[in-house]
Structures are given as structure tokens and as C-alpha cells.
Ligand binder design. Structure first.
Ligand SMILES: NC(=O)c1ccc[n+]([C@@H]2O[C@H](COP(=O)([O-])OP(=O)(O)OC[C@H]3O[C@@H](n4cnc5c(N)ncnc54)[C@H](O)[C@@H]3O)[C@@H](O)[C@H]2O)c1
Length: 333
């Protein structure tokens, strides 16, 4: 393999061109090709990025001069492309949410694991200094409860559809992945409340959502999100037996640590701390993934593995059915 891995971007809608731009600035990977079923889109992207294009992802997977794929199709089309890549042993970075159903997600995880395919879900937020600091702090406080909230303005039309990963859940998947990563545990039970189709009744997308998840290690994760959150703050809070962590945006964290409480409720050895830094994703995601591909490293941490992606999909799908059936949903991963 040459110094840089050669990447083909599959899907040149909104997100595919962002990957293409990131690849232009990456020392470990380069854009080699773009592919879209829609010839006009493929051709435009090829002209913009000065590369060739293909229309059929299977032709791309079959090419020896392509080392890895960036799969940026609509979420409902990820599984088909991933299945072909995993079967052929071609490394891939797939956009979030990982897939549109638990069944296809499990099948693809198993195929990729069997064929030792280097595969990662594109949760770029994990590569921010903010997320890594939150992870390090979470490990110090005997974490019990995580509360996160994502408030967004209105979305582009392609996010309005009735499935469980629609509307606010598309963006909340990033926050959900972070919260599950910080807990270091798998979800086992999900309770969700959703309000759909209030802004666009004909589309029935998830516009407001509250989810409570119980994890294998007993931790509780509460997530909330809305598509009408203009002027509202995002929230990232963690409470533990030995401290608490709080951030309202991604560039500043306040925390306390202690060794428990005296009988009069005074915290023992209370220490206060503050972190300020960057919440912006660096280009490290592609650098990291390219290094994993070069070394054939299937453990892509701190990037999100397909199993991590599956855990997020299980919460999202669980919340959808819980909200409709009015009961908690058991998750078995
Ligand atoms: N990580 C992020 O911050 C971020 C941001 C935006 C979108 N996304 C995710 O990126 C993905 C793509 O989003 P989008 O808004 O660009 O979607 P989109 O619907 O605008 O574009 C998808 C493109 O994929 C093409 N396509 C579908 N199947 C194909 C196939 N088999 N081969 C080649 N092309 C195919 C379609 O023709 C379309 O042009 C989604 O999963 C979305 O959730 C992630």
C-alpha cells in the first residue's frame, strides 16, 4: 500500500462531499474516486474534486486501486453497500446512524468480524478534545447517571421520513454515541417518548424525543432532543458516586471530584476543576482510520466500532417502539 490510502466516497449528496474535502487535507489518506447512483451528482462531485466517478458501488469495491470506502449514502441504503464491502473484505468508514435495523446491523457486524474487515462508524465527535476529556473524567467519578440534551434548528428535507432514525434522532445519534461511550457499557433497556409530525404532519419524522436507557453496568442514560431548540443550550452532565461533570457547550467543562460524603453530607476531599478547549472535530478521524487500515487494525478505538454503532441503533429503535407500545423495550446485543 502506498503512503496514503486511496479512498472512494460512495454517495455524493450532502455528506459525501464533506468527506471528500476532509480527505483533501489528510496526510494518511487521499480521495481517489466518487460514486453515486445519480449520474449528475456523481459527475458534479467528480468535477469539483478532480477525480473519476463510478455509478455502481460494486464496481468500486472490485477495484484493487481502492483501499477503503467512505459510505455516505442515506442511512436506509448503508446496509446494502456495507454488506458488499464486508463480503469482499474491503475496509469502510460508514456514516452514522450505522444501519436502519438491528437485524441488518448484526448481520454486517458478523460478516465484517468473520472477514477481519477494518470498519468504523463516522462519529467524528469522539475525536474532539472535549469528548475525550469527558471520557477521562467519567472514569474518575464512579459514574451512575448521564444526562444529555441536543437542541437543533430545523433540518433539511432529506431528514423528514417516518423511520426510527429520522428527524432529531439523526443528529442525536452523535450525542447518544458519546453518552454510551462515556458509560463504557451496553444498553439493556430503553424507554422512549416521541412526538412526530407536528411541524410536517405528512412526513411523520421524530421532532421531539426523550429517552431513558438502562445499561448493563446499572448506569442510567437520559437523552433529550428537539428540532425546535433555537436559543436552547445543549447539555452534557454526568453524576457519580465520586463527583459530577457538567458542560453546556463543547468548549468548557466544570467538574468536582470527592471521596464520598461524611454523615453530615459534607463531601470528603472535594476538588473543583475546569477544562476549556476545543469542541471542534479535527481531521483526526480520517488520519486514525487510515492508520487502522494500513495496519489491518480491526480494533478502531477510540473511533466507533460497528458494535458501538449497533448499540446506538438499538437505543434509537428501542425508543421508537417503546413510544408506540407504551412500555420499556429490552435490548439484547
Ligand atoms: N457525520 C455527520 O455529521 C453527518 C452529517 C450529515 C449527514 N450524515 C449522514 O450521512 C449520510 C448521508 O447523508 P446525506 O444528507 O448526504 O444523504 P443524501 O440522501 O443527500 O445523499 C445520499 C446519496 O447517496 C446516493 N446513493 C444511495 N445509494 C447508493 C449506492 N448504492 N451507491 C452510490 N450512491 C448511492 C444517493 O443517490 C444520494 O445522492 C446519512 O447517513 C446521514 O445521516 C452525517
Amino acid at each position: 500500500m502506498s503512503n496514503k490510502i486511496r479512498v472512494a466516497v460512495i454517495g455524493t449528496g450532502q455528506r459525501g462531499p464533506s468527506h471528500a474535502r476532509e480527505l483533501l487535507g489528510c496526510d494518511e489518506a487521499e480521495l481517489a474516486l466518487v460514486c453515486d447512483l445519480d449520474e449528475e451528482r456523481a459527475k458534479n462531485a467528480a468535477e469539483n474534486f478532480n477525480v473519476k466517478y463510478e455509478l455502481d458501488h460494486r464496481e468500486v469495491i472490485a477495484r484493487d486501486d481502492i483501499d477503503a470506502l467512505a459510505i455516505a449514502t442515506h442511512t436506509r441504503h448503508h446496509a446494502g453497500v456495507m454488506r458488499d464491502a464486508a463480503a469482499a473484505g474491503k475496509p469502510f468508514l460508514v456514516e452514522k446512524p450505522y444501519c436502519d435495523s438491528i437485524e441488518s446491523g448484526v448481520e454486517i457486524c458478523e460478516m465484517a468480524e468473520k472477514n477481519n474487515v477494518v470498519a468504523m462508524v463516522g462519529y467524528q465527535s469522539r475525536f474532539t478534545a472535549f469528548a475525550q476529556e469527558m471520557k477521562a473524567l467519567a472514569e474518575q467519578i464512579d459514574l451512575i447517571q448521564t444526562n444529555v440534551s441536543l437542541q437543533r434548528g430545523f433540518f433539511n428535507p432529506q431528514y423528514f421520513f417516518p423511520e426510527h432514525y429520522s428527524g432529531i434522532l439523526d443528529a442525536l445519534s452523535h450525542t447518544m454515541d458519546l453518552a454510551l461511550w462515556w458509560t463504557g457499557s451496553l444498553p439493556v433497556e430503553v424507554m422512549g417518548h416521541e412526538r412526530c409530525g407536528l411541524f410536517k404532519p405528512d412526513k411523520d419524522a421524530v421532532e421531539f424525543v426523550n429517552i431513558t436507557t438502562r445499561c448493563e453496568n446499572g448506569q442510567i442514560v437520559c437523552m433529550t432532543g428537539s428540532m425546535a431548540g433555537i436559543q436552547m443550550q445543549n447539555i452534557y452532565q454526568m453524576a457519580g458516586l465520586r463527583g459530577n461533570i457538567s458542560a453546556t457547550e463543547r468548549n468548557r467543562i466544570r467538574y468536582v471530584t470527592h471521596r464520598g460524603f461524611e454523615e453530615d453530607k459534607t463531601p470528603i476531599d472535594l476538588k473543583k476543576g475546569e477544562w476549556t478547549g476545543s469542541g471542534q472535530p479535527p481531521t483526526d478521524m480520517w488520519t486514525h482510520f487510515a492508520q487502522c487500515v494500513k495496519e489491518g487494525r480491526t480494533d478502531v478505538s477510540p473511533g466507533a466500532s460497528l458494535r458501538d454503532g449497533l448499540a446506538q441503533v438499538a437505543v434509537s429503535e428501542g425508543a421508537y417502539f417503546s413510544s408506540r407500545e407504551g412500555k420499556a423495550i429490552t435490548v439484547e446485543l
